[in-house]
Design a protein around this ligand. Structure first.
Ligand SMILES: Nc1ncnc2c1ncn2[C@@H]1O[C@H](COP(=O)(O)OP(=O)(O)O)[C@@H](O)[C@H]1O
Ligand SMILES: [Mg+2]
Length: 671
């Protein structure tokens, strides 16, 4: 333990004798407040003279009473926990989670009270020792040995129970957090795509890791500390009253001041802690943005400098709040320390008078002094726990908001056995929830029949990709109309059905940091994912050749987001992945537009062979290449979110409208 202030040295060396190593190693508490021992007790047994026990009560009876006390207090804690768990608040929800681990937490709580109770006997023994040594009648070796033996037994039992307690509480914390993490992850996956449009991935990752970590602390260590300190506080006061109520009242004079200060400091540090956490999150966001896009950062002469400067500024802010926090903790430690010495001096001076007047034995005075030390330890620890409880409650509220969030899109219930591939857009009107003022599609209607290729063309921003998203039901056409597959509104179909029968190849294919094989087989289960099928798909997509040349063939890792492949290679792997899914409806959203002309040729070749074969599939192609568009059965021209022209290439050219314009200006360039 690091001594916070010089004038603590004495107090802490006293306290060290009774200190629980687990308490002292908790960095949270060390940062938050000076720590003394925080033991708790039921009823002290009596090994020697000057007993605290009422006359006629034996040590065995006192021990039994202590055990009953421990069980009763544990039982009451459980009832309290249960009552809390029924409430729909953040703390209630923590309790409910903890309730799932009752089989671990109940023995842990029992051990907690037992170990603090046993530790609480130590000040009493110390007093007895002093009393014996100072006795004018002399002291027998037998008596000394007996007290020493008691101390040893109590010390061993206390360490054992404290060991079990520490292990069990930590174990329960790990188990709770493991369950919670999985729940949060699933809750996130359940949300509709629109939800993610308004979140940064950094914030979500932080919720998953940092917030659950804070909660873990609260659900295990902090609750354990709190129970310890609270019970110890209560029991110290009871024992002190039993020893000398006059001295206790005198000493408690300082408590109101400490309590008021604790509340003020708690509020202050809560405010600063929140700013500190927010700013830390900001710093994390900057780091992930920099390293996630390092190539772009490097591409500009001042890119690195700019990011470094931004990061420095954020880091400086964190430091600023960290500095304020350290001053608050410093002030808190100093003031509590001073008040402790005031209480300590009162106890010594007034205690001495009581000893002289024969109202108190010197041994009991020494015990009293030690109980004072332990009491102030509990007060300091409770004060120190407050900020960490506050941040845990904050983190919990955020986590549970997420866990309780109902996705805005309800999954449909229909799951037809087969899918023919008839796609209809019926007066679809759509606005993104994240930009409510801009209508993206207005009454768009078109139909793609099975075995047909439908091309969506139009200027950039005209709503082509939005149509693709609506068909996948990433969003719902909230402002009117319907998207139907085989005559059924996609909102009534199960997401399972949609995912089974629709595959997409988009402009910027996303691969995962796994092997080429795993990428191609992503989302394919069972027999369909055989090696023959995979090779067939890879050949069809024109990617077999280059994958086979890799040193590890299909087992080669492609790097994060497929960074180790060229754009054209990535796209061909993505096409193989789409073919593997064996979809009835294949959506190609500008699949070749991000590629150089050579790769484009290769990718186009594989797409063309797919489209020529058709095999009963419906193709919806967003394309800019004239050759692709010309081969389509139906061409739908979008402009400003409206469907302005529909028909075959020849018909639309003859119309001499937007399509003809596009062909002459844009389509031509890349054909
Ligand atoms: N996730 C989104 N949130 C808000 N607005 C979007 C989102 N995606 C696209 N938009 C907007 O919708 C309009 C149509 O976009 P998009 O369908 O991608 O056009 P296209 O694919 O034809 O180029 C654009 O104005 C674009 O800014
Ligand atoms: Mg687009």
């Amino acid at each position: 333990m690091e001594v916070v202030d010089d004038h603590y040295a004495f107090a802490s060396s006293l306290a060290a004798a009774f200190a629980d190593p687990l308490v002292l190693t908790s960095t949270q508490v060390l940062r938050d407040a000076p720590v003394f021992s925080a033991p708790a007790a039921q009823a002290p047994a009596s090994p020697g003279t000057g007993s605290l026990l009422p006359p006629g009560v034996t040590t065995v009876e006192a021990g039994l009473a202590a055990c009953v006390g421990i069980i009763v207090i544990s039982f009451l804690s459980l009832l309290f926990g249960q009552a809390m768990a029924r409430r729909n608040t953040a703390s209630g929800k923590i309790m409910k989670l903890a309730g799932g681990e009752a089989s671990i937490l109940i023995p842990a709580t029992l051990c907690l009270y037992a170990s603090s109770g046993l530790t609480m006997l130590m000040p009493y023994f110390a007093g007895q020792f002093v009393q014996m040594i100072g006795s004018s009648h002399g002291v027998s070796t037998h008596d000394l040995n007996q007290v020493t033996a008691w101390i040893l037994v109590v010390a061993i039992l206390s360490s054992l129970t404290s060991m079990v307690r520490g292990a069990l509480f930590t174990l329960a914390g790990e188990r709770i957090i493991c369950k919670l993490r999985m729940q949060v992850f699933r809750a996130l996956l359940r949300q509709e795509v629109g939800f993610f449009d308004e979140q940064t991935s950094g914030a979500l990752v932080s919720r998953l890791t940092n917030d659950t970590g804070t909660l873990q602390n609260a659900a295990s260590t902090n609750i354990s500390m709190f129970l310890r300190s609270a019970s110890s506080l209560l029991l110290s006061i009871i024992i002190m009253f039993a020893t000398s109520w006059k001295l206790t009242l005198a000493m408690l004079g300082t408590v109101p001041i400490v309590s008021i200060l604790a509340v003020v400091m708690g509020q202050l540090s809560k405010k600063v802690s929140k700013l500190y956490q927010d700013q830390t999150a900001e710093m994390g966001k900057l780091a992930s943005e920099t390293f996630g896009n390092l190539r772009t950062v490097r591409a500009f002469s001042c890119g690195e400098e700019l990011m470094a400067r931004k990061y420095n500024a954020a880091s400086d802010d964190v430091y600023k709040y960290g500095r304020q926090r350290s001053f608050i903790y410093g002030a808190w430690s100093g003031v509590v320390g001073m008040l402790f010495f005031v209480a300590f001096t009162i106890v010594l001076r007034y205690g001495a008078s009581l000893v002289y007047s024969g109202e108190l034995s010197s041994g009991l005075l020494i015990s009293f002094v030690f109980y004072t030390v332990s009491l102030s330890g509990s007060v300091a620890m409770l004060g120190g726990l407050m900020p960490s409880f506050a941040s845990a409650i904050g983190a919990t509220t955020k986590i549970f908001e997420l866990l309780d969030r109902e996705p805005m899109m309800k999954d449909g219930s229909l799951d037809p056995v087969e899918c023919r591939g008839l796609v209809e857009f019926d007066k679809v009107t759509f606005t993104y929830a994240s930009r409510p003022d801009a209508q993206v599609l207005s009454e768009v209607s078109f139909t793609a029949k099975p075995n047909q290729v439908l091309a969506l063309v139009g200027p950039s921003g005209s709503g082509k990709s939005s149509c693709v998203s609506l068909l996948q039901r990433l969003y719902d056409c909230n402002s009117g109309g319907a998207v139907r597959i085989d005559g059924i509104d996609v909102r009534e179909l199960r997401s399972d059905f949609l995912r089974r029968h629709i595959a997409v190849v988009s402009q910027e294919p996303v691969l995962f940091a796994i092997s080429a094989r795993e990428n191609i087989l992503f989302g394919v289960e069972g027999d369909a994912g055989s090696s023959e099928n995979m090779l067939e798909a890879a050949k069809l997509a024109n990617c077999h050749e280059f994958i086979a040349k890799f040193p590890d063939g299909y087992d080669t890792l492609v790097g994060e987001r497929g960074i180790q492949l060229s754009g054209g290679q990535k796209q061909r792997v993505a096409i193989a992945r789409a073919i593997m899914a064996n979809p009835t409806i294949l959506l190609l959203d500008e699949a070749t537009s991000a590629l150089d002309s050579e790769s484009e040729g290769l990718v186009q070749e594989s797409l063309n062979s797919l489209m020529e074969k058709r095999q009963g599939r419906t193709f919806i192609v967003v394309a800019h290449r004239l050759s692709t568009v010309r081969a389509a059965d139906v061409i739908v021209v979008l402009s400003g979110g409206r469907c302005v022209e529909t028909g075959s290439h020849e018909k639309l050219l003859a119309l001499g409208g937007v399509y003809k314009d596009l062909v002459s200006r844009q389509l031509d360039m890349s054909s």
